[in-house]
Structures are given as structure tokens and as C-alpha cells.
Write a protein of this length. Structure first.
Length: 220
């Protein structure tokens, strides 16, 4: 059906928007699958615990490979089967996170190498729409601090790291304007949700129309 992904630096509000979209689609009578990265399967959740544990002393390339391993399992076990069953899949983070965090944040690999690598990791799966909730790193930091929850290993990185990640997301949005819809994370939760909801409804109408046209042509 449709693969919709949410991206942004930690504290941007992307997870809130992913949950709100899933709730809206359920109320509309659909059966969306909402998953997170890393996570979503037994193996992926175990990898998540290691990746986000502040006690983990991890080489940047090992980090990239573990995030990608969790993604491969999630795609094979849950995302692709759901899409093939005609469901809408909402994923809180996908391979753009690896490009931004490990590619730019850690400086592990260049974008061209990562683009090819992502195709292997996901078996060629590309999101139909990526919602990038953009927020200045300093504002995202204040939001994280307001939650009064100990930061995980990624959240605890230095300001310069988060600035590199945010800049990488802006580059991705410019390079993939057809797929990535950049949203101003400073707007209210309701305003962001309304924009996302309208875009998804447009995507669904286009998808339904394409499917109908394909069915019609095959019967001619």
C-alpha cells in the first residue's frame, strides 16, 4: 500500500506525529502498521537496547551495521508483509536516519555509498513519503531536557553532533523534494498533524486512482 516514514532529530516531535497519524487512519477505518526504528521485531528491539544503552562503547561502523541489521529484520518480518497485504505502514525513522546520524553525525560513510547500501539493507524498499519534522538543535535539546528523562546514547551526544545531523536532514530534503516533505517543527502539534493528514489523503487518492487505472488497463 503506502510506506510513510517520519524523520527528524531527537526532540523534534516526529514520534508524536507518527502516533497521531496512525490514530487518524484507524479512526478512518484503516488498519495501519506503526513501527519504530530500531525496533519492531524481537531481534530489532534487542538491538535497540544495545544501540541506545549509554554503557555501550561502540565503534561508529559497528553502530551503522547494527542499526541496518535491525532495519533489515523489520523490513523482512513486518514492513514488506504488511505492504503486500495492502496496509499502510508508518515507520518512526528509516534509512534517512542512518544517512543523517551515522553518515553525517559520525562521518562513517559518504552519501553515495550509503544510498547503495540502503538499497541492499531494505531490498530496494523506498518510502512513498518521508515527513521531516525540522527543528533547530538547541530547541530540540530544550524539549528533551523538559521531559526529565535520562538521555539515551544518541541523545547524549555533543551539540556539534546534533548540528551535523540536522544539517544532513536539510540536505536530504533539498535532494529528494518529491519524497521528503519538510515541516517546521516549531508549529503546533495540531497544525503539523493537519498538514500531514492532508498530504496522506492526497497520496491515498493518487494511489487509489493509479491502482484503478492499472486494473482497467489489464482487463482491456
Amino acid at each position: 500500500m503506502l510506506l510513510l516514514t517520519f524523520e527528524g532529530i531527537d526532540g523534534s516531535g516526529k514520534s508524536t506525529q507518527a502516533r497521531r497519524l496512525a490514530a487518524f487512519l484507524r479512526e478512518a477505518g484503516r488498519d495501519p502498521l506503526l513501527v519504530r526504528e530500531p525496533g519492531g521485531t524481537e531481534l530489532s528491539e534487542r538491538l535497540r537496547a544495545v544501540l541506545l544503552d549509554t554503557r555501550s562503547n561502540m565503534h561508529p561502523m559497528a553502530e551503522l551495521l547494527l542499526f541496518s541489521a535491525a532495519r533489515t529484520q523489520l523490513v523482512a518480518e513486518r514492513i514488506r508483509p504488511a505492504l503486500e497485504a495492502g496496509r499502510i505502514v508508518i515507520c518512526d525513522r528509516f534509512y534517512d536516519s542512518t544517512t543523517a546520524y551515522q553518515g553525517a553525525g559520525r562521518g562513517v560513510a559518504d552519501p553515495a555509498w550509503l544510498q547503495s547500501f540502503h538499497r541492499r539493507v531494505t531490498d530496494g524498499l523506498v518510502p512513498d513519503r518521508t515527513f521531516l519534522v525540522a527543528l533547530p538543535p538547541e530547541r530540540a535539546q530544550k524539549r528533551r531536557e523538559a521531559k526529565e528523562v535520562p538521555p539515551d546514547r544518541m541523545e547524549a551526544e555533543a551539540d556539534a553532533f546534533h548540528e551535523r545531523v540536522a544539517a544532513a536532514y536539510e540536505t536530504l530534503a533539498r535532494e529528494h523534494p518529491q519524497r521528503i516533505l519538510r515541516l517546521d517543527g516549531r508549529r503546533s502539534v495540531e497544525a503539523l498533524h493537519a498538514t500531514i493528514r492532508a498530504d496522506v489523503q492526497t497520496l491515498l487518492r493518487a494511489h487509489t486512482g493509479t491502482a484503478a487505472a492499472s486494473t482497467g488497463s489489464s482487463e482491456c
